[in-house]
Design a protein around this ligand. Structure first.
Ligand code: GDP
Ligand code: MG
Length: 376
């Protein structure tokens, strides 16, 4: 190389290359000049790079000029430029660093092991015929759709729109205490009438005292809830001495991700009150956050990337703050909605969430069992 040390105008032998890294990785940008008789100036997004100790490492080795960025963070994502200069002139090149967020939760990729585990699941106590889940949440949250999704996984066919309401319905479709089974599994769902709040009017939907009655096992199947009065002992169908088989074993709050920020105080307060009542009775509680495809393009295009999505993560944090639930109790799900075919990723998300509520309900049964033994 004749002009390596001469006063030639700087030029690049190798230019910087674009890099895509995960958070926490180190990134190495390097270029090679035609001469070592140059100084290198680095820029980030068009401004002089402010070197930070422990973050940036600049180095020169003969004709090689490098920048190392340690422990990449989303804020390191930018276009970086190096300008080589000497008395004969200058030359620049740029590269973009993209920082992907690491999966913040593990996504199960195979549905079969989860399906098998649920099919073989044995309830802790032989006295308990089935684990009973109560789904509650605002109208249009996706409660019926969630049941449809699980049914379609275990019953092998699609259940689009047979139970679900339309997006625009102003009032709830579900008014009965109706039981939904999931194939032959010992798990049943009750989908209680939506929690409504109609423009300034009082909140409607199932009364909190009736939800508590359901928790405790006083409400029979197919009871039609009334807004004006709760179920009372004097009612001919009131279950006076409920057994464990009449009670609710796990509460599932269903929250639509795309409407979270618009939910009224009224509905939120009602949900918080219901959760508080469940806590008093020792009933485990989890949250299904539905309609995730509506809030994140990345997720909508590839459900497998849901746990890399910043938007979904933000929604989970928002949901956690609003409802006062820890983030690890919130499960994002997407329901069958306009799909024609089954989708394994969609099933996996639903199955992960379902598995959690099954284990939580079973924990409730374990507690109940050990209390029974103490009494005996
Ligand atoms: N895009 C999308 N739409 C959904 C999802 N879950 C439910 N929906 C739609 O949201 C609307 C309300 O759902 P529905 O299950 O009837 O809500 P419910 O009132 O809580 O029972 C329906 O049009 C569903 O098709 C989802 O995960 N993604
Ligand atoms: Mg419904």
């Amino acid at each position: 190389m004749a002009n390596k040390n001469s006063n030639a105008e700087p030029d690049f032998v190798y230019v910087l290359a674009d890099k895509t890294v995960k958070t926490g990785d180190n990134v190495f940008l390097t270029c090679e000049a035609n001469t070592s008789n140059v100084t290198a100036k680095w820029e980030k997004a068009g401004h002089k790079l402010q070197c930070v100790e422990g973050k940036h490492k600049l180095s020169t080795n003969g004709t090689r000029f490098s920048l190392e960025i340690l422990n990449a963070k989303p804020e390191d994502e930018a276009n970086y430029t190096v300008t080589l200069q000497n008395q004969s002139g200058s030359s620049s090149c740029s590269a973009t660093i993209t920082v992907e967020i690491k999966d913040w939760r593990k996504m199960e990729k195979k549905q079969e092991p989860m399906i098998k585990a649920l099919k073989n699941f044995k309830i802790f106590s032989g006295e308990v015929k089935e684990l009973r889940f109560l789904l509650h949440g605002p109208i249009g949250a996706g409660k019926s759709s969630t049941i449809n999704t699980l049914k379609s996984i275990f019953e092998g066919h699609q259940f689009i729109n047979c139970l679900t309401g339309s997006d625009s319905t102003g009032t709830s479709l579900t008014t009965k205490y109706e039981k939904f089974s999931i194939g032959p599994l010992p798990f049943v769902f009750y989908d209680v009438m939506g929690l409504e709040s109609n423009e300034g009017k009082q909140s409607r939907g199932v009364r909190i005292d009736d939800i508590v009655n359901a928790f405790k096992g006083h409400i029979p199947d197919n009871y039609k809830f009334r807004e004006d009065m709760p179920m009372i002992e004097e009612h001919r169908d009131y279950i006076i001495s409920p057994t464990i088989n009449n009670k609710i074993h796990c509460l599932v709050s269903v929250i639509p991700a795309d409407r979270l920020s618009m939910m009224s105080e009224d509905v939120i307060n009602k949900m918080r009150n219901i959760r508080a009542e469940a806590s008093k009775l020792g009933i485990p509680q989890l949250v299904f956050m539905t309609r995730v495809d509506r809030v994140c393009e990345l997720t909508s295009e590839d459900l497998g990337k849901i746990y890399q999505s910043k938007k979904i993560r933000e929604k989970i944090t928002m949901c956690s703050n609003k409802l006062g639930v820890t983030e690890n109790c919130i499960f994002p799900v997407k329901n069958y909605h306009d799909e024609i075919r089954g989708n394994e990723q969609l099933n996996c998300l639903a199955l992960q969430a379902f598995t959690q509520i099954v284990y939580s309900a079973n924990d409730y049964i374990k507690n109940w069992s050990s209390k029974q033994k103490q009494v005996e």
